[in-house]
Design a protein around this ligand. Structure first.
Ligand code: B1M
Length: 213
């Protein structure tokens, strides 16, 4: 039964079928599935297939948008079902998708998992400028600034954030963590970010390590 639901989730996202994706998400949760497992083995591979189809010219913008809508709905249902830690542990993070980038599905999963692990998270949404990251970190009294980017063209904003922090004399005050599909440890090292995370689980691990430093 379990692999079948993963396959159904993949197919619903590839078909851009919002109703089906919603039904599968609800059914999975009713049957007691771990929301992260359903995301990791079903919905995320589905949207990755969509990305491959789009990248190879076999799917066009309207199809990409339909699949993205189905994915956003499934992600919202999964995120809402992730059990939240009642006790907050010390550690405040501001997180957003960088300026010029509208992709926020992955970032939203990272936010949910951080909150589920007891961290205080301020979600800045998407299209966030380096200046706003810093301004919000100051207001929130954050320990960590996290940025996400899915476009190779907007990766540079993560570098600009590091430069702005240095210019403002705040590089020592905040630890930074970067993520997103084109981001690598090598990129993090190159721009001087304090950590890189491959996925949401790794994000929780790296944030925990940064706070222990
Ligand atoms: Co767009 N898109 N898209 N898209 N899209 C990509 C990124 C692309 C790779 C597709 C492709 O061509 N194969 C390509 C980028 C190519 C490149 O840069 N080289 C692309 C393009 C070109 C575009 C447009 C330019 C298309 C156009 O209009 N011509 C346009 C850009 C708009 C803009 O941002 N200015 C565009 C638009 C869109 C939609 C709006 C339709 C939609 C986004 C909806 C939304 O996010 N609300 C969309 C989607 C859905 C995708 C793909 C198919 C899927 C992205 C996704 O949600 N993945 C994507 C292809 C792909 O990535 N395979 C693609 C699932 C998500 C769970 O994974 O976001 O990687 P991810 O997050 C992971 C990890 O990366 C990590 O943890 C997450 C959970 O495991 N992580 C972090 C992420 N952030 C982190 C932060 C951390 C730690 C870990 O700490 C701070």
């Amino acid at each position: 039964m379990t692999p079948k639901i993963f396959e159904a989730a993949i197919n619903a996202i590839v078909a851009g079928d919002l109703d089906k994706a919603t039904e599968i998400a609800r059914r999975g949760l009713e049957e007691g599935m771990d929301p992260l497992e359903l995301m990791t083995n079903g919905f995320i591979p589905g949207i990755n297939q969509v990305g491959d189809l789009f990248g190879s010219g076999k799917l066009f913008i309207p199809g990409l948008v339909k699949s993205a809508d189905a994915m956003e709905k499934a992600t919202a249902l999964m995120n809402a079902a992730i059990p939240q830690e009642q006790e907050t542990i010390s550690g405040k993070i501001v997180i957003g998708t960088v300026e010029g980038d509208m992709h926020d599905i992955g970032k939203t999963i990272v936010v949910s998992l951080l909150r589920a692990n007891g961290f205080e998270v301020q979600d800045l949404g998407r299209d966030v400028t380096p200046h706003r990251f810093i301004e919000e970190a100051e207001k929130f009294n954050a320990d960590i600034i996290g940025s996400s980017t899915l476009l190779t063209t907007t990766m540079v904003v993560q570098k600009e954030l590091e430069q702005e922090l240095k210019k403002a004399g705040l590089k020592q005050k905040y630890k930074t963590i970067v993520g997103g599909a084109p981001v690598t440890q090598r990129w993090a090292n190159r721009i001087g970010a304090d950590a890189f995370a491959q996925d949401a689980g790794d994000g929780v691990k790296k944030v925990t390590q940064l706070l222990a430093k």
